[in-house]
Design a protein. Structure first.
Length: 278
């Protein structure tokens, strides 16, 4: 490589690095704004409630959540993790991509204001409220191997098994199951690069609100996260509330938090035909 080509390569890299640093800075600044964004009512008016379900410990469930409705996951008695998968209801080959969800938002720390992206660059759901603030998009849910390692028991239910059963009910198979998000799982990375569970755990009444940005198919598994403390399999029940949330406006903090969010919603609105008002 001659000096001119080498200099051009160096200049191109420097320009790309500067662009990356600017986007990273703006993404991190947007994250700080989420704490000041308005949340949802802690108690949902009965007139807005569309359905309620209690999911026993160890079990899984699935449901269709239409665009504009919100699914609230409630750690009614505390929690050791609730794993979730999201699919586009009309075409479930489009599904949650946790890698893009983390990458496009410059952080693996999912909390209020964060979006859940599909593998097509569209927004499946937005986290419009969150009273806990620590959720895992990196380590995944439990499976037979993690149950044996943790509980010395290969007969216990686990998230992988729950998702396989739920997939079969919707004409899918285990090859259609991508990595999941686990809510109420305070997983972080220590100085050695290992995943660790950081207290405090979710307390009774903590909740997360997921607003559907298109019609979505949701899988929920109420099995302890592989890194949750303790060697006894005794997950408490989780309460699920489906409610009619307010229509998003042009100033919605989830839609306008950063350039990546705006592009994701442009892609989503083009699919759904949704027009944002005032």
């Amino acid at each position: 490589m001659n000096m001119t080509s080498q200099q051009a390569t160096t200049d191109t890299y420097a320009a790309q690095k500067a662009r990356y640093d600017e986007l990273y800075k703006r993404g991190r600044e947007a994250r700080r704004d989420f704490a000041e964004a308005p949340g949802n009512p802690a108690v949902i008016d009965d007139k807005l409630v569309l359905a309620r379900e209690t999911l026993p410990g160890g079990w899984g469930t699935s449901m269709i959540v239409p665009r504009g409705e919100t699914l609230r996951l409630i750690a009614a008695e505390g929690c050791e993790g609730v794993s979730v998968l999201l699919f586009r209801a009309a075409e479930p080959t489009e599904r949650l991509n946790v890698g893009d969800t983390v990458k496009l938002q410059w952080s693996a720390n999912l909390q209020r204001g964060k979006l859940f992206y599909s593998d097509m660059g569209r927004v499946l759901a937005s986290m419009t409220d969150d009273t806990y603030g620590h959720h895992d998009a990196l380590a995944g849910g439990s499976n037979a191997v993690t149950n044996i390692a943790k509980y010395r028991d290969d007969g216990l239910r686990h998230t992988r098994g729950n998702f396989i059963l739920l997939a079969a009910k919707h004409g899918l198979s285990k090859v259609d199951i991508p990595p999941c998000v686990t809510f109420f799982a305070p997983v972080t990375v220590d100085a050695e690069g290992k995943f660790v569970w950081m207290p405090p755990a979710a307390t009774a009444g903590d909740y997360v609100d997921l607003r559907a940005e298109m019609d979505i198919l949701v899988f929920v598994s109420n099995c302890p996260h592989p890194l949750s403390p303790g060697g006894t399999f005794a997950p408490p029940p989780v309460e699920l509330t489906l409610w009619q949330s307010p229509e998003a406006t042009s100033t919605d903090f989830c839609r306008t938090s950063c350039e990546e969010a705006r592009r994701g919603f442009d892609n989503t609105d083009a699919l759904t035909g949704f027009v944002v008002e005032g």
